[in-house]
Design a protein around this ligand. Structure first.
Ligand SMILES: Nc1ncnc2c1ncn2[C@@H]1O[C@H](COP(=O)(O)OP(=O)(O)OP(=O)(O)O)[C@@H](O)[C@H]1O
Ligand SMILES: [Mg+2]
Length: 304
């Protein structure tokens, strides 16, 4: 619902007042859902992206997505699609990420999004909603999306934060909160693994999701279902940029499941995609070779 034109560049050092001369920019179509669709495509799967976009940045975003060969439908909106600006500071190796709120969507635009989504759901195996909601969209919007998916027997994967996460209470197959998002969702500190597992399990008991994958950044991930849980160690890779790690993980989990992997294997595939995304600079996501290599290293008998 809130895509972004991602702009990535670098500069020697970030300082106030003075002009900071930057390297040549890289433009990518971005935002959670768009990233998920791109990664599914990169990994050889079929994804269809449905998103609202407007203004020159919205048109650029659509053009970039088309160039990457991702099938999609753009819902034209009045507002101007946001840009996200990522700057690598060369001297320190630190990365600065500036994320705008996105344009306000009016009620009819939101309704058009839902109507289009309903039309494209037939025949889909999974529906993934990822990222924030733009201003003007009511916080329980993803509940309507979940209900649409449930009504058509399509499994719904949700990766969002804040109120948008808290107010989606039924019809979700898999939730992928980061530990920070889970903490905000349940309103507890979750400092131990046991507490994290309990929080995920509470969501499952309350029927808010069947499966919860908690991503722990540098600490890996947790897979929690009604009856079991598993901790996945992080995959050690040289880190260039963390932009899109979670989105890549979600994309590979969904694709893994479509390809008939067990949940556990699909999460391993997701971890491989998340790690492979860390290896690429700026807003570039993962490369297929890296994902497959990392996946096979983790599960030598695995099959992508
Ligand atoms: N520093 C890291 N080292 C190793 N693996 C990492 C690192 N950061 C991310 N990953 C991998 O990518 C996955 C997703 O990352 P993370 O938990 O940061 O989620 P995210 O959705 O990108 O975060 P957020 O939405 O809060 O910005 C992790 O579960 C892990 O597998
Ligand atoms: Mg995330």
């Amino acid at each position: 619902m809130n895509p972004a034109l991602d702009i990535a560049t670098s500069t020697e050092v970030v300082i106030p007042t003075e002009k900071m001369r930057c390297g040549s920019p890289r433009y990518d179509p971005g935002g959670g859902g768009i990233n998920v669709a791109r990664v599914v495509k990169t990994l050889g799967g079929a994804a269809f992206a449905v998103f609202p976009a407007g203004g020159p940045s919205g048109q650029s975003l659509e053009g970039l997505l088309a160039r990457q060969g991702v099938p999609h439908i753009r819902i034209p909106v009045e507002g101007v699609t946001r840009e996200s600006f990522t700057v690598d500071e060369q001297r320190s190796g630190q990365q600065y990420r500036f994320v705008l709120p996105g344009p306000s969507l009016i009620e009819t635009e939101q309704r058009t999004c839902l109507e289009n989504l309903a039309g494209y759901l037939a025949g889909a195996r999974f529906l993934v909603a990822s990222g924030s909601l733009p201003p003007g969209v009511r916080a329980d919007f993803f509940q309507d999306v979940a209900d649409l998916a449930a009504g058509q027997g399509v499994r719904f994967i949700l990766d969002t934060s804040g109120e948008a996460l808290r107010l989606t209470r039924r019809g979700v197959y898999l939730l992928k909160p980061s530990v920070r998002e889970l903490r905000e969702c349940v309103g507890r500190e979750l400092s131990s693994e046991a507490e994290q597992i309990q929080a995920a399990r509470d969501l499952i008991t309350e029927k808010r999701a069947e499966v919860v994958v908690v991503s722990l950044g540098a600490k890996g991930a947790l897979l929690v279902t009604e009856r079991r849980y598993e901790r996945f160690a992080p995959i050690e890779v040289p880190i260039r940029s963390a932009v899109g790690a979670g989105d890549s993980m979600v994309a590979a989990i969904a694709l893994g499941l479509v390809r008939g992997m067990e949940l556990q294997q699909a999460v391993r595939f997701g971890m491989a995609a998340g790690a492979a995304t860390l290896m690429t600079p700026g807003t570039e996501l993962c490369r297929r070779d890296d994902v497959e290599k990392l996946y096979l290293e983790q599960s030598p008998n695995g099959n992508t």
